[in-house]
Write a protein that binds this ligand. Structure first.
Ligand code: PHE
Length: 339
């Protein structure tokens, strides 16, 4: 028995092609491929055929079945694509269109200047070290010659982070002096840049969070000349010109003698400077013998200098920025100027 299934196949393909949605499509599929569908019914006839008829009949039915399945699958995909196109507002996907532009981020101005400062000190033979912002009171105060009842604590009120007053947000990078000494033997030459915190009223020149760069040098015979020479070298490299500095006596319990360093900047007054053309730049001095001892270094054999400079201040001066609060403000209009 020969059979011609071409008309059946043609009709099935036409109906599949005309199915407008998934539901209509699956209904057509059932008519041909379902349990009671035409193909299934044809398959069911095979046992009643003679052995000679079976192979030819079976092959014809199978070929028709595959053709219908292939058409069904193609139609399913076409309907799915159409649904996506509708979801996109009817427009087809055009892979040749350029992507949506991604705005590139950039380094914060403080990070940029910090990296410059690190490079300058590296070129002078310093090692750059990093340390904790959440610090033991011991490293931030006691080991630096500032006992709990010392009035200097009033100038550096901070955020105490436990009930015992043992954990503090560091008020300066000077905590790294002791940490550096504990891990090294002289000669020591390090800088420690980082974030510091103070609990104080905020204005254009004061923030609860700011940045310092600590410097510490310990060797035999270190004196104030080494300190001023180092600071001047750094300033020359940053400002690309000779910068005049002056030392005023300054009190910090962890240095003796101690100084405040001002730098001369024509126009500093316009930036809110209260010292005329002079701008306060950093605290420094020769490391106090008690601090050397706390760091495990013999003050009879060694001496050293330390400084702590405000990085934010340097960036303000560099770019003539009038308010330190811009730095932590997160305003992209400000930050994008440094991209
Ligand atoms: N830690 C001091 C401050 O934050 C600065 C300083 C550092 C002074 C090192 C002397 C020596 O004000």
């Amino acid at each position: 028995m020969t059979i011609d299934l071409a008309p059946l196949q043609a009709q099935a393909l036409a109906e599949l092609g005309a199915a407008a949605d998934d539901e209509a499509l699956e209904a057509v599929a059932r008519i041909y491929l379902g349990r009671k569908g035409a193909i299934t019914e044809l398959m069911g006839r095979i046992p009643s055929l003679t052995p000679e008829e079976r192979p030819g009949f079976g092959q014809t039915v199978n070929a028709t079945k595959r053709a219908i399945e292939t058409a069904l699958e193609a139609r399913r995909e076409a309907l799915a694509d159409a649904a996506i196109a509708v979801a996109r507002g009817g427009a087809g996907f055009d892979p040749s269109l350029p992507g949506a532009p991604l705005r590139r981020g950039s380094l914060h101005p403080i990070t940029q200047v910090r990296r410059e400062v690190e490079e300058i000190f590296r070129s002078m033979g310093f090692e750059v070290v990093d340390g904790p912002e959440l610090e033991l009171s011991y490293y931030n105060f006691e080991a630096l010659n500032i006992p709990a009842d010392h009035p200097a604590r009033d100038h550096q009120d901070t955020f105490y982070c436990d009930d015992e007053g043992r954990l503090v947000l560091r008020t300066h990078t000077s905590n790294m002096q002791i940490r550096a000494m504990e891990k090294r033997q002289p000669p020591i030459r390090i800088i420690a840049p980082g974030r510091v915190f103070r609990n104080e009223a905020q204005d254009a020149k004061h923030e609860h969070t700011f940045h310092q760069v600590e410097g510490l040098v310990i060797d035999r015979g270190i004196h104030v000349g080494h300190l001023t020479g180092t600071l001047k070298g750094m300033l020359r490299a940053i400002f690309q010109t000779e910068i005049e500095i002056r030392l005023r006596p300054g009190f910090f319990p962890f240095v003796e003698p101690g100084f405040e360093v001002d730098i001369r900047l024509p126009g500093a007054a316009a930036l809110g400077g209260v010292l005329g053309d002079w701008m306060e730049f950093c605290g420094c001095g020769l490391v106090h013998p008690a601090v050397l001892r706390a760091g495990g270094i013999d003050p009879q054999a060694y001496s050293g200098f330390a400084f702590g400079m405000g990085l934010d201040r340097l960036v303000l001066l560099r770019y003539s920025i009038d308010d330190i609060r811009h730095f932590m403000g997160g305003d992209l209009r400000f930050l994008r100027q440094f991209g």
